[in-house]
Design a protein around this ligand. Structure first.
Ligand code: SF4
Ligand code: SF4
Length: 279
């Protein structure tokens, strides 16, 4: 169920009922939506905000035409709740690295979950949580995924405009390298030998990190058809170590299959666990 499966598009011409749901996340992607301000005015007449607790305590019951879902699944309660969100939503869009790839919290997928509980909570026995953090698409069908940590608000508005117009949303899926070329940034991999995830990372950030002389660390997740194996082999050949590459791949989008598998191969070759001790 990992790939988005598009359902019926919302009907054209009617005011769309929009709901925004939060799961395990930092709220940054919802804030990107709130930050839109002027851009939101362009769609305000065509949308009724029916459920958006970050913005208003007014709650209108479902069903909803479009549900935006932020955050990953980390508790048994949320694993149930997302099923109800799916039932209520005609078109479900996941927003951000947490929702599309498990988020930074999916680093616990490679660690002993009980250790984390003991470190963080005075009474871990009060906490009900799953051993892993997983993407929304691992639990329900998702119609469209919008990547990034946080998302690009212009891409979000574009997705909403498409749905209002009854069109399938489309966002570019090329790699960050193309954006570097467009802004004439000197390649940090070629010029400085820094490991950079740009060749396998989805566009959306505007290639900010290379413009500030550091390698991309993949916050928009995998680009279309990323060749992670080849990139990792190249970096290992040119002096990067396991210690450099594992945190690069197992990061904000650690549980995205392409980054997860490439990072796991390096972990295996370094004799590290790929499951956090789980069978
Ligand atoms: S994807 Fe990043 S910004 Fe968005 S909710 Fe998750 S941690 Fe926050
Ligand atoms: S700096 Fe990174 S993203 Fe930019 S062109 Fe070089 S490898 Fe690609």
């Amino acid at each position: 169920m990992k790939s988005p499966v598009e359902q019926t598009l919302p009907e054209i011409g009617t005011k769309k009922r929009l709901a925004v749901f939060k799961f395990a996340s930092c709220d940054g992607c919802q804030l990107s939506l709130l930050d839109c301000e002027d851009e939101l005015l362009a769609v305000a007449d065509a949308v009724e905000i029916a459920y958006f607790l970050e913005a208003t305590s007014r709650i209108a019951p479902g069903p909803y035409d479009v549900a935006l879902v932020e955050g990953s699944i980390t508790t048994p309660y949320d694993a149930e709740r997302i099923q109800e969100v799916r039932r209520q939503a005609s078109y479900l869009v996941t927003i951000g690295a947490c929702a599309t790839s498990g988020g930074i919290q999916s680093l616990k997928n490679w660690a002993d979950h009980e250790d984390f509980l003991r470190c963080v909570y005075a009474r871990p026995d009060y906490i009900s949580t799953l051993e892993t953090s997983t993407a929304i698409a691992d639990h329900v069908a998702v119609d469209f995924e919008l990547r990034g940590c946080p998302i690009n608000r212009y891409q979000l508005i574009d997705v909403l405009k498409s749905l209002i117009a009854g069109r399938r949303p489309r966002t570019p899926s090329h790699s960050v390298c193309l954006d570097c070329k467009r802004r004439a940034t000197v390649c940090v991999e070629v010029a400085q030998g820094l490991p950079c995830l740009g060749p396998v990372t989805h566009t959306g950030c505007g290639a900010i990190c290379p413009a500030y002389d550091r390698g991309c660390y993949g916050c928009f997740g995998p680009a279309a058809q990323p060749n992670c194996d080849s990139l990792v082999a190249q970096y290992l050949d040119t002096g990067s170590t396991h210690e450099d590459l594992i945190p690069l791949l197992h990061n904000f989008n650690a549980d995205a299959p392409e980054f997860r598998d490439a990072g796991n191969q390096i972990r295996q070759s370094a004799g590290l666990s790929t499951t956090g001790g789980r069978p």
